[in-house]
Design a protein. Structure first.
Length: 155
């Protein structure tokens, strides 16, 4: 099972729409095919974003009850790590630093994001930073072995 740290944007995207790459990854996690490595800071921000009025108005299935249930599922079924130190790695968006710190602390194999600041890094401490679409391709076996080899993630 691959251990991944999705960022808040990837988690929110999966919550609002079960289709697409983020939804595919969430379903893989629910089946146990992928393990999420998270920290409380990521889950708290996820809840905060989903509670924004414009999100709940646009996506009627997102409400306080479904948000609470989703956050509980993440806390109970993901690998939760405590992040003691958050190095400054992303100067253009310091809020992204927690994602990288969590991935490192939890030994994630990938960071999954659509955030341009994180994607621009490419890797962090040997952990590939890939888009939700790219990771869904990896799960589906659509990414060539050579790409995984470049990132140091074989087999």
């Amino acid at each position: 099972m691959r251990r991944v740290t999705p960022d808040v944007q990837a988690l929110v995207q999966a919550a609002v729409s079960g289709t697409g790459a983020a939804g595919f990854i969430l379903k893989a996690w629910e089946r146990g095919d992928v393990g999420f490595v998270l920290c409380e800071e990521i889950i708290t921000e996820y809840v905060h974003v989903l509670r924004r009025p414009h999100i709940q108005q646009r996506f009627l299935h997102v409400n306080n009850a479904t948000i609470a249930a989703s956050a509980t599922a993440l806390r109970q079924n993901a690998t939760l790590v405590a992040v003691d130190e958050i190095p400054s790695v992303v100067p253009d968006d310091p809020d992204d630093n927690i994602i990288l710190a969590c991935a490192v602390e939890g030994g994630a194999e990938y960071v999954i994001t659509r955030d341009k600041h994180l994607l621009r890094l490419g890797t962090h401490q040997g952990i590939p930073i890939v888009s939700t679409e790219a990771f869904a391709g990896i799960l589906r076996g659509q990414v060539s072995e050579s790409l995984e080899f470049v990132y140091g993630r074989r087999g």
